[in-house]
Write a protein that binds this ligand. Structure first.
Ligand SMILES: [Zn+2]
Length: 102
């Protein structure tokens, strides 16, 4: 990302239009992708308590919930991506990400 802004700055400094347009297009693509991922992740629910795992809700956090760098959502994302399972921060039950939906 920093490299992209470097390319953008180089293009602006040297007046190379293709570099500016290319890097702006790439940055816009990444932004759209990040927004899409964010919107999709908001709909993810715990299969047991049906709480939104990535959305801030009024539910009280379980005493078993752990945090990564102070963030509940980061811990869930890390568990789901790296370990294949995570512990729901609200009900405290382990959830497997490899099971298929019915
Ligand atoms: Zn839950």
């Amino acid at each position: 990302m920093v490299g992209l802004f470097g390319v953008l700055g180089y293009g602006l400094y040297n007046g190379q239009r293709e570099w500016v347009i290319g890097s702006l297009g790439f940055i816009a693509g990444i932004a759209v992708f990040a927004i899409l991922i964010g919107l999709l992740s908001l709909s993810i629910r715990c299969p047991l308590c049906h709480a939104h795992v990535f959305r801030r809700s009024g539910c009280s956090v379980s005493t078993k919930a752990r945090r990564t760098f102070g963030s509940l959502r980061l811990h869930v994302a890390h568990g789901a991506l790296i370990r294949g399972h995570y512990r729901c921060p609200y009900c405290g039950e382990p959830c497997d990400t490899s099971s298929t939906r019915r």
